[in-house]
Write a protein that binds this ligand. Structure first.
Ligand code: RET
Length: 291
């Protein structure tokens, strides 16, 4: 009998690595009431928020006021898609954590034959779309210049992408936390613009009062996200996946829907600080020379 060459023999002996399908993940989520409710509640609230914001914004005429409303409405629109992606198992994975990660001992599950932590990484991905919209609305309300607005948005996107990378890194525990710290450093830039630069702009624009409320609401809620990351399954694994997901969902309810409601309700009155007249958004107020 001829024996197999060494490479073929090792190929045959390697057990097949099973991986959870979207259907497996969809069913797993449905079977975990705490986890499922944290996601389905947000699909309902995002839909409701879109309708309420649209209702409140009926009749707004000024283009700059409309722009603030559109930026605000982007948030529940992204959220609706984001949470639907999560419940369908599309943006969820079972991840095997690096050696030494605390979840390895307690928070592992087996889904579709694959063992690991349930990672709802789609959240971090879609924050890269929703949080810039929040900052656009805030920056416009404060009367920010384009440089500060772009700086806040660029560092915010960098924060979300490096947060996503931290969650998806399975090679080394130290690298997971390095990505996390990098994301925190980008977050500091966003907080600086929100808490130091924009309040002065808002005072000059005449929107200081509403900006003050939104500034504190945003800063407190946003600070909750890295804390949940650190305490949840991705970080120190002190919270199980259902509690981690509910913590993010609760922050989302305030940081997205309550925030949006306050912005649209304020803008709907078209106060002096937010309007800009019919030419707003035109590239130039000058008629081109006829030559
Ligand atoms: C992560 C982990 C890495 C460190 C930091 C984070 C910050 C996340 C924030 C998210 C805000 C999300 C909102 C979503 C609304 O749609 C990525 C959790 C700093 C601040 C407001």
């Amino acid at each position: 009998m001829t024996s197999l060459p060494a490479t073929a023999a090792s190929f045959v002996s390697v057990p097949l690595q099973e991986s959870a399908s979207q259907a497996d993940l969809f069913e797993y989520i449905l079977g975990d009431t705490l986890l499922a409710s944290s996601l389905y509640v947000n699909i309902a609230l995002a839909g409701l928020a879109i309708l309420v914001f649209a209702g409140l914004a009926r009749g707004i005429e000024d283009p700059r006021a409309k722009l603030i409303v559109i930026a605000t409405m982007t948030v529940p629109v992204v959220s609706l898609a984001s949470y639907t992606g999560l419940v369908s198992g599309l943006t969820v994975s079972i991840l095997e954590m690096p050696a030494g990660h605390p979840a390895v001992d307690g928070s592992y599950v087996t889904v579709g034959g694959q063992e690991g932590v349930v990672s709802l990484w789609g959240r971090y991905l879609t924050w890269a779309l929703s949080t810039p919209a929040i900052l656009l609305a805030l920056g416009l309300l404060a009367g920010s210049n384009v440089t500060k607005l772009l700086t806040a948005i660029v560092f915010d996107i960098a924060m979300c992408v490096t947060g996503l990378t931290a969650a998806l890194t399975t090679s080394s525990l130290a690298l997971r936390w390095f990505w996390f710290l990098m994301s925190c450093a980008f977050f500091v830039v966003v907080l600086y613009i929100l808490l130091v630069e924009w309040p002065d702009d808002a005072a000059a624009a005449g929107t200081a009062e509403v900006f003050e409320t939104l500034k504190y609401l945003t800063a407190f809620m946003w600070l909750g996200y890295p804390i949940v990351w650190a305490l949840g399954v991705e970080g120190l694994a002190l919270l199980p996946v259902g509690v981690t997901s509910w913590a993010y969902s609760a922050l989302d309810i305030i940081a997205k829907y309550l925030f949006g409601f306050l912005v649209v309700r304020y803008v709907a009155d078209e106060p002096r600080g937010v309007v800009a007249g019919g030419d707003y958004g035109a590239t130039s107020g000058v008629t081109p020379a006829d030559d």
